[in-house]
Design a protein around this ligand. Sequence first.
Ligand code: BDR
Ligand code: CA
Length: 322
Amino acid sequence: MEKKKVIIDCDPGIDDSLALLLALKSEELEVIGITIVCGNVPVDLGVENALKALEIADALHVPVYLGENKPLKRELVTAQDTHGEDGVGECFFGKIKDGNVRDGAVDFIVDTLKNNKDISIIALGPLTNIAKAIMTDKEAFNNLSEFVSMGGAFRIHGNCSPVAEFNYWVDPHGADYVFKNLNKKIHMVGLDVTRKIVLTPNIIELIKRFNDNVSKYIVDITRFYVDFHWNQEGIIGCVINDPLAVAYFIDRSICSGFSSYTEIVHDGIAMGQSIVDKEKFYGKEDNSYILTEVDEKKFMLMFLEKLFKDKKNILKAVKEVI
Ligand code: BDR
Ligand code: CA
């Protein structure tokens, strides 16, 4: 099978870490680099957390690139209330020394696209690195194969304001720039679909039974996230947004939606809102594919099967739990 080559741009983050595990454990993908952007946590902490996910996935050889440390115009507002002071549920894992960390996320993205025609990007954080890369060399993006972005909200309320989702709200200028300048359809995996992806207590209990380093890591990093969801949203369990973008990239039948022209509001009360022109009022060419439906069971099955391939016996129990 020919693997799809991807760069994962992310701000780990609890759900980013789970998305990295899913990508690294999926034989359909070749993760050629991980670029870190500030968002959930400052960028250097994001690098540490990416390394931890790589260690758990046995993939420390994958290069991790340090990216932008502030949004294009706004001050950085992190989500350490949601993800913990360390960004991974206050587990405070020690430093990992033998990772492959490099400077220059933006240059890596640009150079890779310039020299290859089969690279896709899955963006799981604010779009600052991507905006900067387009500003550096717009033409290189003609070679981009596909672009998936976890972000935005179409018909559902936001998670930072009544209308704004975190990734686009943290760097609304970056997001707006990317939607206007990428010249490729952005697959927008927004809150309309990701809110349906919940690690319930039943699923977490099942994951515990797999009893290996991956399962322990997931149970540990999600504990804080579960408490946050209960206190903040009255949800038992936790919403894991980012892995859905990876799963959708692997298997398009997990989500469906429609093509549209979309812009991101960058100022004022609606800052960060994704304005999706489904009815074509503006008459502008579609620049996005907006996901609105998701088969959450299919996602969960894929997530567990890929992360715990060798646990055939326990996997039999999965269908009853999800
Ligand atoms: C997004 O915001 C972050 O906190 C998550 O990692 C995800 O990418 C959801 O709004
Ligand atoms: Ca993220």
